[in-house]
Structure formats: C-alpha cells, structure tokens
Design a protein around this ligand. Sequence first.
Ligand code: ADP
Length: 302
Amino acid sequence: MNSIMRSSLVFFLLLGSANAFFTPQQASPSTASLYTPATATTESLTKLHASKNKQKVTSRTNWANARGYFSTSSINAVDSETSTDTTTATTKSPPKIIIAGAPASGKGTQCAIIQSKYGVIHLSTGDMLRAAVAAKTEVGVLAKEYMDAGKLVPDEVIIGVVKDRLAMPDCIANGWLLDGFPRTPAQAMALSESGVSADCFIFLNVPDSILVERVVGRRTDPVTGKIYHMTFSPPTDEEVLARLEQRSDDTEEKVKVRLEQFHANVEAVKGSYVDIAVEVDGAQRPEDVSEVIMKSIDAVLA
Ligand code: ADP
C-alpha cells in the first residue's frame, strides 16, 4: 500500500464520511424474544478498575473538563509525580476505546450510544471500507473482492489506513472508538508498534447461533442509517420498509465464512488486551449491554 493510496482514502473518508463520524445513529429497537436475561459481569469491571491506574494523564487537552471528568485526586497524583508546578491544570486524555465482537454482535448499536455519550470519533473499518468500495477508490477496488467473499481484507491494506486516521487531529482531540480493528494479531501488533494504546477493550460475546439469525435478518435504512431486523425489529413505516437495504455479505453463506475468520483470530487479538479487557454478554437486550459498557468506560475515566 503506498502512501498516495492511503492518503486518498483518508481524504475521501474525511469528506464523504464526516457525517458518519459525527452524527450519532439511533440504537435499533429491541424485543425481549431476541435476547436472553440480563447478567452484568462484575469480574470484568473489577479488572478494569485495576487497569485505570495505568492511565496516562496529560495536560494536552481540555476534553475531560468539557465533559465534567475533571478529577482533583488524579491531578494531584500526577502533579506530585511529574511536576512541581501545582498551579498548572492537568487533565486526562480523551478516551481511546476498542470494541470487538463477531459479525452482528451489536457493535454498531453500542458504538452509536458510546459515541453520543463520550463524544469520541467512531472509526468503523467496515464502514470505511464500504465507503471506499462505493467510491471505487484504489483501496476500495482492492478490498471489494475480499469483502464480497466474506474474507478479511489483507492486513497491509487496512493497517496504514487506520494508523493514518488515528493520527488525525479530531481523533487526538476527542478520543476514538475503534470498531472492527484490530481484527488479527498482525493488526494488534501494528497498533502497539506504532505507539497507539487503548484505555479499554470491550468484547461483545454472542453465541454463533444467535449471530447467524441476526445477520440474515439485518437490514439498514440508507436514509437514517438505522439498523432493523426483519423478524425482531421491523420498521412500522411502509416507506422505510420499502427502502431497506441488505448488506451484500449478510447472507447465511457469507456469514459462515466471516465467523470462521472471526474465530480464527479472536483469541490472539483478545490476548493483546488482557489488562484492559471487559467481556460483556452481548446476547442481552441492547440497553443492558450498554449499561455494562458505560459502567466500564466510566470506571476508566473516573
Ligand atoms: P462484520 O464485523 O459484521 O463482519 P464489518 O462491517 O466490521 O462487518 O466488516 C465488513 C468487512 O470489511 C469484513 O468482512 C472484512 O472483509 C472487512 N474488514 C473490516 N475490518 C477489517 C479489518 N480490521 N481487517 C480486515 N478486514 C476488515
């Protein structure tokens, strides 16, 4: 991947996908029949509480002030460790969150909620690649054959794109929510080698049997971006129903390939983030999933 290809995709993404980065999408409606009863995991939260001590505190940004996450105790701790100038206001850096999970594990729904609450930049590699395919950029043309087959796009194609995007000023100022990356051990390695670390790694755990059902019935409204399910949460409006679109890789045949790829890589990727990992039962109702996720992120930011 040469730098011209990467730059052109990044440029396109900034222009064409600005909306997707900044406009919170609505969470899809839920029905009790789709989800198993709620159980919040306290073990993962405890782990995360421990990991918050590792957070880097900087004076680069007013992010925490703006959102009321100003913490006097952590400021004092950092001031005494790193500086003798206690008059300088020191704030925490904005959140850096990775969310992972199988296809249709609910990442999109949860990302919209996280983005709207914390003001982070949502970077979905799937959305980035679909935009590149639609725009027929060089990266898009290259990625298309893999995506159409349900396979992963080669690491060398996606790694540079993500690294460049994370280095952009909006991500540095607002923090980011990385969705769909890293998806292979090589991608996780590339992130850490380039000095990019996250505060929190959220993993949505959903059994394959539920995932296939969710994928096959999943439809998107191209106008609002809202996600529906033909059985569990169909639109009530006939006009919306008529314009719903299905992702070309959301078929039973392709989801099987996508799940194989997911299972082949997931343990190695999780292994790179054990200290900051929070595993959430993604088979719960979306509201219950969000509650666990928010508590986990708040624990990191506290
Ligand atoms: P899902 O997680 O439901 O499979 P995404 O929208 O995240 O869907 O991704 C769609 C497709 O985009 C993937 O099947 C893959 O071909 C490609 N893709 C997205 N992210 C990556 C990645 N980090 N590495 C390689 N390919 C990716």
